[in-house]
Write a protein that binds this ligand. Structure first.
Ligand SMILES: C[S@@+](CC[C@H](N)C(=O)[O-])C[C@H]1O[C@@H](n2cnc3c(N)ncnc32)[C@H](O)[C@@H]1O
Length: 246
């Protein structure tokens, strides 16, 4: 998944509404580990990590994109985030010590393209949590009835149309979407692929990692999670260390 220079340059603008609404996520995350150590997987340009560091947490962030990390570092407060370049599927080996909180926001877990990588990621992160520490995952709730092969018009402007052509592979739970911006005399393509996981599957991955679910909300304002929720914010907790066998 390439967050190259061009995608990084447009990231904050493309997600301006999410940036404007980051306060609820930051407040919820900060309340889970007041003044503690937090680790964000896929920290990006610091949408959550920078304000969280401003709340007095020691924040670490892993990301594989130099272009995204450069933008994080250039922002006011960006120097307060310990930014590490690397693959968060093996975040355990990229950071030291124990964390009170780890989190993966904005569907970023799904950017790992296989179930194995997602399982490995959660297991490694769990090993970096202190007993009682929390892992928070924000992701969309997959609706397989909406994921079939499709072409959709996602935006129409005065001089362009934006189309999204999606191919869905149910056995691997992957989708590949080709976004097309069509203008007079030119077509731009931007491919995007994810490996989605259902809510119960994420619970099972967490359980395999030795975590138990503590909370689930329908969003960062801790609204109730219902059958109609399109997003979940799930909080998993690491139990106490196992007593040594006698
Ligand atoms: C959707 S953005 C989220 C950024 C930020 N967390 C936010 O909420 O605005 C996903 C980020 O995850 C990073 N990423 C994707 N796959 C990764 C991987 N395997 N290892 C490290 N970073 C990854 C991308 O470079 C990108 O910055």
């Amino acid at each position: 998944m390439a967050y190259d220079e061009s995608r990084a340059a447009g990231y904050d603008r493309a997600h301006a509404a999410r940036f404007a609404d980051a306060g609820a996520a930051v407040a919820t995350l900060a309340a889970l580990a007041p003044g503690g150590r937090a680790l964000e997987l896929g920290v990006g340009t610091g949408r959550l990590a920078i304000p969280l560091a401003g709340q007095g947490l020691e924040v670490w962030g892993v990301d594989s994109s130099p272009a995204m990390l450069a933008r994080l570092r250039a922002k006011p407060g960006g120097d307060r985030v310990h930014a590490v370049e690397g693959d968060f599927a093996r975040a355990e080996s990229l950071v030291d010590g124990e964390f009170d909180l780890a989190f993966i926001a904005f569907n970023t877990l799904f950017e790992l393209q296989t179930q194995d990588a997602q399982v490995q990621c959660l297991a490694g992160v769990a090993r970096r949590l202190r007993p009682g520490g929390a892992l928070v995952i924000e992701a969309f709730v997959p609706d397989v009835t909406q994921l079939d092969q499709s072409v959709a018009v996602t935006e129409i402007g005065d001089d362009f149309v934006r189309l999204a052509a999606t191919r869905h592979d149910p056995p691997t739970q992957t989708t590949v979407t080709q976004y097309m911006i069509v203008r007079a005399g030119a077509v731009e393509l931007d491919a995007w692929s994810i490996r989605y996981a259902t809510v119960p599957e994420i619970d099972l991955m967490a359980q395999l990692a030795g975590l138990r679910r503590r909370d689930r909300w329908g969003g960062w304002r801790r609204q109730p999670f219902t059958a109609a929720s399109s997003t979940h914010v799930s909080v998993y907790e690491k139990g106490p260390p196992k007593a040594a066998a006698r």
